[in-house]
Design a binder for this molecule. Sequence first.
Ligand code: ZN
Length: 494
Amino acid sequence: MSIKSLIGGLGIGLALVLQPVTGSARDGDQIADLFDIFEPSDEQAIGKQQHGRILQQYGGEYKKEGLNEYVLDIVLRIVAVTEKRNEPWNVTVLNSPMVNAFALPGGYVYVTRGLLAMANNEAEVAGVLAHEVGHVIARHGVERQSRATGMGLLGAIAGILTQSADVARLGQTVGGLFLADYSRDQEYEADSLGVKYLGLAGYPREAMADFLLRLEAHSKYSAKLAGKEGSSGQYDFFATHPQTEDRVDRARALAKQQADELQRSYGTKRYLENIDQMLFGDDIREGVIRGRDFLHPDLRLTFKAPKGFQLINSTRAVFAKDRSGNQMIFDMDPRGLQGLSPGQYMSRMWLSKVKHAPPQSILVGGAQGARTHFIVSNNNRKTYITAVVVNFGYEKVARFIYKSRTRTQELEDRYAESYFSFRPLGYEEASKIKPVGLEIRTARSGEDLEDLMDGMVEAKYPEDLFLLLNPAFKNREIKSGQKYKLPVIMDNAD
Ligand SMILES: [Zn+2]
């Protein structure tokens, strides 16, 4: 969440939907009708409409001298060997620590800086980009769009509750996030197109399978961080591009089948030069996620997500979800309390359009707050909402929404632990949060793994993180002159 988001600003797209409506069980249906009218049908328009939402959800565009042109070059090199070489392509590096890449209809291709950090070389980056180009060319996203529309309704309802187009748009994209976006067959097809394009574009075809292994390693590392070691969790990339037992083997076999005598370069040196000094992990200007804790050093606030929830930061709000589909949304209302008490603010401003229980006053770490509950029905499906506001001082107001399919005391207790954990972040604590960047270093003879890790940023599992970024060192054999990536504190960051 950025400071900019507090200043607000109405967005495109769903703003259309947010004409005054009466708070009733029919809201969902009305919105559904509006979606049918306004969802664009041609591919270019779908991509264009979703582009802004993607940027907001993934921290905006990440810009670093040379890097954006470099990634664009790779995509264009791949596109040049496809039947859509003459169509417009729009390539964006997203400012997100998540490890993901995706594409929208109409030639919109996205890759996070988090994913770029995981590669060993340019060919692997090309592999995942070729996979995404494959999705576009096989028109997988068009089918996905029609499914995603239905899922966006919950978010649109949240938007009506909050009367904020921003939250509506976020809910919409987060709706998409909860889908297992592509089918397994679509994944196989995109992999197979990817291998083909890699070969035609002059890259080693094996890079596709190599990078799937890199993503698998990242998924395992994420599972370990989440305390679920050994589980086959599908994190980040695999949450939207389903992994299967045989995906790597299939990609490997395809590369073998198509093998030829051409000399192909992995582009390791070029890749490392271009990612040197790239931001790694959270962009602290948007707030950072540490397990269940969200900390924002600029806004000077912190809170915990409910137990079992995974936090997702975006430019406009902070989200969390659990495996049962329960969700949390946190944001700060740029309008402020406007002289009202938290309870009055709730009834007169925030939730004025919905029927809710009279707000209950609460104290959150000494700050005045209010809490209420209500139910939203959509197609006979009930959603239970707990809404909380906290006066953050100087008229600033913090808002929490917790959405569940069922209402249980156990869930309410988890939610209460979350909103009661909200507090200002002290200066000391805030100043300790510093940006981390990837530095490309060169190994010298006689060094061991510990020497290479000297100066690395603190991590829960330092060696795991180092080997995740530098799998070439797994066998502990270190050659003089060998390059490696080291996440270090960037002191002179702007
Ligand atoms: Zn895919």
